[in-house]
Design a protein around this ligand. Structure first.
Ligand code: NDP
Ligand code: X2W
Length: 310
């Protein structure tokens, strides 16, 4: 059986580690590593990138831009987990469930950009509804979200491992969170939304929530259900269903380690108020699970292989 080789630049970070954990049992992908003290040596990296099938970038944005430029100049295939290239020309957005033809585009791409965790939830909810004309592209929206602290990388993990970290903290108060451009670009939303994220004192799991005034929840749920019919990693729950493991609450928990996103729609009896909810693991479908899914697609392998930590 053919084995493909990949190199993870940033292999010791939060996202890189979780990709390695998933790939440890992959039957057709092996990870080639770089000496720790050479991890910032561009010559050593270029040599390694040229020898592997795909390089995965799990770096801060600036470092990802620099390494991606080198990789592309050398003709190497790249999957970038950072937010540097999510709306950039020449890059394919790595959300296979985005639209018909997206899987094929990922499969043949030389450069794929892995979506942001919050953006994954928001785009999965909004794109089908805007495309179907059930939500107007120029509608003013608020998107509220909460994530586990691993979403902030090693620095935030260290902070939360101390005693005085806040139980719940709202941020993004400059109204300029880095996921807003990709949410607008890939959902088709023309009006700039208010995106208001928060971080909680738990490690993994997120909710992305979009309240809608004047919308009928049942119609929205049906449209989402039809759109994602047959998808293995995106499921739409029945209308107004609260998952039994958390009832009467809707929590960010329950999907950790998986590469799944669950979409939920709640609506009022009047048919005039609704809430869209996406639940996912910020390190699963929001980062490392999606990265392994994209690698499988890029290499022509079964899409679900080793995307989950069991
Ligand atoms: N955490 C999450 O939920 C998600 C993160 N992402 C994105 O993935 C990327 C990585 O994030 P995350 O794993 O959280 O970050 P971390 O801070 O956990 O890890 C980043 C890693 O990159 C290494 N690094 C930094 N600069 C360089 C460089 N110039 N060359 C080589 N290695 C370098 C760091 O090692 P050292 O400092 O020791 O050199 C560290 O191991 C980011 O762009 C982030 O935005 C995407 C989706 C979700
Ligand atoms: C809790 C937390 O801090 N989360 C991160 C987003 C994590 C993520 O998806 O980051 P990328 O866009 O880099 O992929 C943040 O809000 O900046």
């Amino acid at each position: 059986m053919k084995k493909y080789q990949i190199f993870i630049d940033g292999q010791a970070g939060t996202t890189g580690l979780q990709i390695r954990q998933r790939l440890a049992s992959h039957p057709q992908i092996e990870v080639v590593t770089i000496d720790h003290d050479k991890r910032r040596d561009q010559d050593a990296k270029r040599e390694l990138m040229s020898s592997v099938d795909v390089t995965v970038l799990c770096l801060p944005d600036d470092a990802a831009r620099e390494t991606a430029t080198q990789a592309r100049a050398a003709g190497c295939r790249v999957l970038d987990a950072s937010s540097a290239h999510r709306t950039a020309d020449g890059w394919v957005f790595g959300l296979a469930e985005l639209a018909r033809g997206q899987r094929e585009a990922i499969a043949s791409a030389s450069a794929v950009s892995n979506p942001g965790c919050y953006a994954t939830g928001a785009i999965l909810l909004l794109r089908p509804l805007i495309a179907a004309g059930l939500l107007s592209a120029d509608r003013d929206l608020s998107i509220n979200a909460v994530s586990g602290y691993t979403g902030g990388g090693t620095k935030m993990v260290e902070r939360y491992q101390q005693d005085n970290a806040p139980v719940y903290a709202a941020y993004g108060l400059g109204f300029d969170h880095k996921h807003i451009p990709e949410i607008q670009h890939w959902s088709g939303l023309q009006a700039r939304p208010i995106f208001q994220p928060a971080v909680g004192s738990y490690d993994q799991g997120m909710l992305v929530m979009i309240p809608l005034q004047g919308s009928n929840g049942a119609a929205l749920q049906q449209a989402l259900s039809d759109y994602y019919q047959g998808e293995q990693f995106v499921q739409v729950l029945p209308y107004n269903e609260i998952p039994a493991d958390s009832a009467p609450f809707v929590t960010p928990h329950g999907l950790n380690g998986s590469n799944r996103a669950e979409l939920q729609v709640y609506g009022s009896a009047s048919g005039q108020q609704a809430l869209l909810v996406a639940k996912l693991d910020n390190l699963g479908k929001g980062a490392s699970g999606a990265a392994v899914q994209n690698l499988n697609i890029m290499l022509g392998l079964e899409e679900g292989l080793c995307t989950q930590i069991v």
